[in-house]
Design a protein around this ligand. Sequence first.
Ligand code: NAD
Length: 422
Amino acid sequence: MNRRELIQTGTAAAALTVLKPLTAFGYAANSAVRHGLLGCGNRGSSVAESFSKNTAAQVVAIADLFPDNLAAGRARFDKINADLGRPAIDGKLLFHGSHAFEQLAASPEVDLIQISTPPFFHVEHLEAAVASGKHVYCEKPVGIDIHQAKHALEIAKRVKSTQSVDVGFQCRNAPPIAAVADRIKAGALGKIAVVAGIYYAPASTEKNRPGASPDEYRLRNWLWDRALSGDILVEQNIHIIDLCNWMLGAHPVKATATGGRNILTHFGDCWDNYQVDFTYPGDVHLSFSSTQFGVDGLFDAGLRLFGSKGSATVPYSGPVQITGKEVWTWHDSTATATGSGKFAANGAFSDNLAFADRDKERTFIDSITSGNCHNQIASGVETALSCMLGRMAGLTNREVTWDDLLMHGETYQLGFSMAQFG
Ligand SMILES: NC(=O)c1ccc[n+]([C@@H]2O[C@H](COP(=O)([O-])OP(=O)(O)OC[C@H]3O[C@@H](n4cnc5c(N)ncnc54)[C@H](O)[C@@H]3O)[C@@H](O)[C@H]2O)c1
């Protein structure tokens, strides 16, 4: 078994054996990276569980706005820790309320903060986590408006060389996608002329608590709310636009878009479809189509890139391949490609993304234990801004350039005080 196979198929224990014996930052072989989870919801808990099972990270602290979500997180991680032979979370390291993020950041017992709160809060929480000197794993998007994105770029400058900060674009780490991206970047398609991208997702489901106030209801259903989520382009379709930016090595220079709220009637203001034409340098166009409604379970997401020497197909589910002069198909049996195409609201997809989270988390923890730290904030902001470009083009119904976007000063407000949540 080679090192790659060990990392892709081995247990957490096997993976730990490849850590350096002792780094300049004090992580001895097999010693835990003390992990604090901020936001014990669907994605946050799933990622933290995957960190626990696949890396040297150990959940020692959790924080959430709402006591019921904190309690559910505590039960889940006490069980996971028990199953892994680790102690339960210390009662002193359970935080709830609107200041929970600051209390977690101030905890000396924590080495790493995972930010898995709704997108509106990411930059505020990132600022506190970076200021604490801890390592940070921040979910996408890094900012929901231009003001937040610019603020995040300032925060990026404050990251110390001993801190690792990753952004949750795990699709880049999915083995089939990483392999096709390597070939595309090496020129397998020749001159890329045009790209097509899709993200067709089912409607998200309502989350409620009896007696919830309108503000609490809005927070719990943040996915339906543009200020809290950034809208479907910025919150969810961002994975495909990130892959396009990464494979083209650039961000779009302008966009035109249409879309609207043609089906959804429930609370909220997010659109249920977008059609965006992004122009990249060299007059390369990404034609992007997105829907997020429907009850038939339809899910399909991916990219197709067309070049002078061939084309590449990069779906979440189904064959990842290049046709043309440099024919290639992903065939490594360490990833499945069953084509089942099921949507996963917690981002833990099967098929081509089956190992995306695990490999993303291992790469991040390796950056911490080796001392070869990452700072992915600026690249995360670039992708978030790319999505905001499409959103602004759609909402204003006019062409928007990258320069227009940066000058716009767009700022979304919650319109209520978080202090009401303690
Ligand atoms: N990378 C991926 O594939 C992927 C997939 C799904 C979600 N996400 C991202 O993960 C994040 C969380 O999504 P989710 O599906 O887990 O949502 P969720 O609603 O299930 O969980 C969010 C949690 O954050 C808590 N919370 C809300 N506001 C808070 C605050 N101000 N301070 C502390 N806690 C707060 C909520 O109580 C809840 O427990 C979002 O940013 C989302 O965009 C990423």
